[in-house]
Design a binder for this molecule. Sequence first.
Ligand code: ATP
Length: 351
Amino acid sequence: PTKLPSLSFPSGPPFECLRRPSRWVPPRMDSSVSPVPRKDKVVVLMGATGSGKSSLSIDLATLFPSEVVNSDKMQVYDGLDITTNKISIPDRRNVPHHLLGEIDPEDGEFNPSDFRSFGGSAIAGIVSRRKLPLIVGGSNSFIHSLIVEQFNPDDDVFTDLNSKSISTEFRYNCCFIWVDVSFPVLCNYLAERVDEMLDLGMFEELAEFYNPDRIKTPTETGLRKAIGVPEFDRYFSKYPPMTEPKEDDWEWRRMRREAYDEAVREIKENTFQLVKRQLRKIQKLRGAGWDLHRVDATMAFREVLMTSDRNRKQRLKPENQKKKKSRRWIDIWNKDVLQPTMKIVKQFFEE
Ligand code: ATP
């Protein structure tokens, strides 16, 4: 019979090793030479609330075919879209988003272990579609639980005084981008953002969410912890939604206005405190050896603040106001944030 050349090993080196001896014994596994499975590449966009991560993720997704996995622990829940500041559907520009408003808040708290398993499945799906997973959100405990090789839900790594408990062994090949904005600039911007969210209907959304018959628990869970809920619950307990205003009772009206202003003031203050905590956690991850690439969006945010300041000074009606995201803003954003990020991500792909 004709010998099929492709099925027979030629003799002599270097093929000798491939021949089976008469009594074949499996070769000893040498871990130093055994092929290590390649880890999936993911890009993680980190940063405090309001720092522009969502906008950057969409810019990136138009350049590298990607899908977003949300890592903000309030935005995973269905509901309160304005209050939790979820990216709107038109702003998503057809980029698929995962774990954004998918979890029923009635099903109890969605914790880091849940995020690890749901987020892990979302990443596997994205990779199977040959797209880049972009992890985007400000909850660092979620990001940590998702990417570390060994996750122990009982370890509260961020409250530990030292960073020893934060692992640098990851189950993915990660590229970390930290969108940073100087703290005072970000706070000024966030104070304006709260006012805008109220203009967009945050108060009405919270009024609908308010349930006077609910028995309060000392520690609220899930979506009930979102900034805005406890602050306005206190207001609604005194001034329930749908109560007829007492037209002539000016004192009642004045007190109601004061209670409203107090709730708004608390929301702003609690948002600033959230930023502080988030920045502390990011510094901790960096200190533990996470290789975070910092991009500085401060100048772009200064430009937004300057535009709204000009609008205020000129007392223009909203329809005549200059768009906050001016041409200048786009130029600064591109130069300081988008281009450096693209360069980092491109390099990560070429590695
Ligand atoms: P992590 O501890 O996971 O890093 P984090 O950065 O979101 O989480 P925490 O210090 O745990 O910060 O604060 C979470 C609290 O911040 C929530 O309970 C909620 O009050 C508020 N919060 C976070 N994200 C949002 C959001 N998108 N909308 C409203 N409130 C939010």
